[in-house]
Design a protein around this ligand. Sequence first.
Ligand code: SF4
Length: 429
Amino acid sequence: MASVDSTIQLIRTTGRDASGKRASACSPALAQAPWEFDGVTQYGPGSSMGDVIPAGSPRQGGLPVEYQRASADELHERILAAKAALGDRVVVLGHFYQRDEVVQYADFLGDSFQLANAAQTVPNAEAIVFCGVHFMAETADILAKPDQAVILPNLAAGCSMADMADIDSVEECWEQLEALYGTEPDADGRAPVIPVTYMNSSAALKAFCGRHGGIVCTSSNAETVLEWAFERGQRVLFFPDQHLGRNTAKKMGVPLEAMPMWNPRKPLGGNAGDDLLDAQVILWHGFCSVHKRFTVEQVEQARAEFPGVRVIVHPECPMPVVDVADESGSTDYIRKAVEAATEPTTFAIGTEINMVNRLAAEHPEHTIFCLDPVVCPCSTMYRIHPGYLAWVLEGLVAGETLNRIQVPDEVAGYARIALQRMLDAKPKS
Ligand code: SF4
């Protein structure tokens, strides 16, 4: 199967994909080089382009012209040469949603937590080049040794979902909740509220959870983490992804009416105080623009075209989509489900298209396609291009550490507490 990038170029010139089928992309600007968007105040073309970048987000300065002008072959040679010169001094991490043109250089491929853990297994590497997004590089820095430099090749690779919950808004929310619920535990010793943050959040929010008796979760362990939180608290404040929070709590039997939404732009999150008294999970008004694209109609269409199709979606998808799918689970769950299928199977998958296309290429024995017929990669992940990778790697060869991500010590310390609580939380046997 052709890579997402080459498919986008084909669509631009022919309106068709590599198999000759009519195809479309969510933005014609996807065919442009990512450095055309450096310095702009938007995420760039792709799934998040309509979301607003917060004012304080890191900005990428211009990529030197020699990297912009270099051909794909030249960049390939330069990246290989830089990696060979650096040897064990550098390790390159690639996220499942990253473009193939970059993933080919990754020493480790995985989801955000697998990659943060991978960073801990290379204590001799002086630099960890994280081909993912900003919060992932922060987590790697928190878990890496102090003298290891974590590098994000393009600082514009943020995450629109993580950016939907900033520390000031969460602190304001917390003050309002304390005023409403008080700060004293109940007769069973349970705190009024336990904050739970998804891994896809800034280091400041992980530290907030560390300071306030809270915890981090991933899409693989969200249920275990919510159980942990309910043992210690009367209710949970879950941020930033409303969909993961809702889908997980619903599966655990929490009624929808006990899951009010918190809109940070409104007093009391847009709720009447009485509505919040019965809340069990308060859901932050955040979402992933990649997973928000999946719809019930797409599932129905896949079933109509491919009777017997196995539909698997990520729990960041809206609840109605998760409800009609055959299964839902993290990127790791999806990958393992495909690997475990012993008979040729048709899979319709609701997650980022680079990962779906890679699974399809790795498993020709199955028919695998993305539920969304429009080619629309994660726009922030897409900002990492071989040109930026060559730039930071050659910088290291020349003794220069470019685009280092450093979490301040006091933030990292509390964030580590919340991450450790997650690692210690065990599923009920
Ligand atoms: S896929 Fe969604 S959650 Fe993941 S990095 Fe992109 S915007 Fe963020």
